[in-house]
Design a protein around this ligand. Sequence first.
Ligand SMILES: [Zn+2]
Ligand SMILES: [Zn+2]
Ligand SMILES: [Zn+2]
Length: 181
Amino acid sequence: MEKDRCPACRGALAPDALGGLRCEACGAAASEPMTVCPRCRHVNDPGAAACDRCSAELSAPCPGCNCINWAGAERCADCGRELDNLGHAFRPIGRSVEIRREELIRRVPGLKEQEERKSERRLDMLREADRRRMQRETERAAEAKAREQRIVRNVGMAVAVFLVIVVLAAVISLSMSAISE
Ligand SMILES: [Zn+2]
Ligand SMILES: [Zn+2]
Ligand SMILES: [Zn+2]
């Protein structure tokens, strides 16, 4: 099994803005945010402070708002400020790693919520498309039913007219025979 391919569609995987591995074809997340090493692209365990393989830091604080971003992020996820990601990625681990890790753990649920909101919007769009499709199908079914009802009505009318003629013919022939007697 190729681990660098999307398990759903076999599309190519690439890190997204939050440092999670994501399918470029279908958009499915293939890892938690902030798990991809910005230097060597190794995918680390969720919540890891530094890369298992090359020891680069996985997270970096924004110099503007101080919130914790993925170390490979081009912009701060909170305030949008441009980040010096290469500077962070190549900095050796300092003694604040434990503190960073705690910040990261606090921060990740927020990132998860952002991701959930995004996929919620995608789901809403799919639901809306589905609703419109159902509506069209309902309309088509109603039209077909109306057509059927028209046909049934017309056949009923024809039968009724035919019966009236038969009854009239019988009445006429009866009264004729009564007159001729
Ligand atoms: Zn995919
Ligand atoms: Zn690495
Ligand atoms: Zn910021």
